[in-house]
Design a protein around this ligand. Structure first.
Ligand code: HEC
Length: 164
């Protein structure tokens, strides 16, 4: 009878250890560290260039509407602006440390001055939210202004952090 509790103890303890290790591993798997070590830089670079191209494509739909090359249509504009908003929200994740290999045109300054880069990405995303709002409210004048502002944030970041 006296042996039973310690035997039980051991089993409970072993189970706890297994459960904890599992939980820690699960947490690690979801962490940024894992995402960064699990992916290879070539894939990261390729994916982010694709995302930036998609960003340009969506943004140029809006540019054409501001210059009259394309008729303004709020449904198309909203879809394009929402895409721009979604992609700019992902910018920071697109640049994990160590993802600087050809053909990337990113500059090392990104990781040397991450705070600045983060601010540029957040500012850009903030402006895209305002752009989406302007379209949702069908405010054409505001749309023009907000579009200009977003375009400025693309250029500002590229000037600082992208090869020309
Ligand atoms: C916070 C910084 C930042 C913001 C904001 C940003 N970009 Fe970029 N963009 C970059 C960097 C850095 C690269 C280079 C990426 C690489 O080559 O690895 C890049 C690359 C590009 C490219 C080149 C892709 C190719 O073909 O190689 C395009 C096009 C582009 N961005 C469009 C845009 C547009 C449009 C916006 C605004 C709506 C924007 N970007 C906002 C940092 C930014």
């Amino acid at each position: 009878m006296t042996k039973n509790p310690s035997w039980l103890h051991r089993i409970v303890l072993s189970c706890l250890i297994v459960a904890c290790s599992f939980a820690i591993f699960e947490g690690y798997k979801n962490s940024e560290a894992f995402a960064q070590t699990a992916q290879n830089p070539a894939i990261i670079v390729k994916n982010r260039i694709d995302r930036m191209k998609a960003l340009k494509e969506a943004f140029s739909v809006l540019t054409m509407m501001t210059t009259g090359k394309r008729d303004y249509d709020s449904k198309t504009a909203l879809a394009a602006a929402t895409k721009v908003e979604k992609i700019t929200a992902e910018i920071l994740e697109m640049f994990p440390k160590g993802s600087l290999i050809p053909p990337s045109e990113a500059l090392p300054a990104i990781w040397e001055d991450w705070d600045r880069f983060r601010t540029d990405a957040e500012t850009s995303h903030g402006e895209t939210l305002a752009l989406v709002e302007a379209i949702a409210h069908n405010d054409q004048a505001d749309f023009q202004n907000r579009h200009k502002n977003v375009g400025r944030t693309c250029k500002m970041c590229h000037r600082r952090f992208k090869q020309r």
